[in-house]
Design a protein around this ligand. Sequence first.
Ligand code: KIV
Length: 279
Amino acid sequence: MSRRTIADLRALHAAGRRFTVATAWDRPTSEVVEAAGIDAILVGDSLAQVALGHESTVRVGMSEMLHHVAAVVRSSHEALVIADMPFLSYPDAPTAAENAGRFLRDAGAGAVKLEGGAAMAPIVATLTRSGVPVIGHIGLTPQSALVDGKPRARGKQVDAALQLLDDARALEAAGASAIVIELVPAELASAITARIGIPTIGIGAGAGCSAQVQVLADLLGLLAGTPPRHATPYATLRDSAITALQTWRSDVEAGRTPGAAQQVVADDALRAALDVLPR
Ligand code: KIV
């Protein structure tokens, strides 16, 4: 099977099928996402927190993102790989084009995602005119954390909700292929979805979106702490990993491993030579 493109996701949407997007950042995470048949892998800048231990997504730049996007492309074969444009990598159209080009040309991604609404439309238009598939991102936009403070739901008041609808329409008119909608009332995300022609990809935005995206670490229970309310852990891999490592540690301490199956066995000649080796 060849690698999916943004056109394949739009075809799924046109056929009325809800598609799935999960984040990944390296070979183990890409391999499990792809093996599960997830339609697209987002190399989200949330890797700042979930893979690199930063407080916020503003701490990663182009070099870290290129490194991880290239790793995910090498480690997957079928999923569309979407590269998240990091903080300050798209302040104007020429810079955005240069950096999107690095993700598509140098790292092998199939699309880019960038945060922001109507104000980003000129940048989205420049990219899409040049053949770059762009996914917008409205609602909670974590790259604005330094200005906005603590993450909180968006679009709860009527004027803010209507602004988000305008943002979605402006991104669609500028040529965006899809829009991530993060942490807004479910009714608003459904209303936006019903009023635009491109797929909406929800996270904390209810079931009325065309597709869903989640951060892999939340889905799999990889990290300590409580995941966000919108992310149901479907596994507890951190607990399983700790149990496995504790078992290995006690096996080593008790001399139960390595056993016969894990070691190289000397032949008769070597054994004989070792037997007479002076101390
Ligand atoms: O960086 C990321 O993981 C994202 C998702 C939350 C959509 O942008």
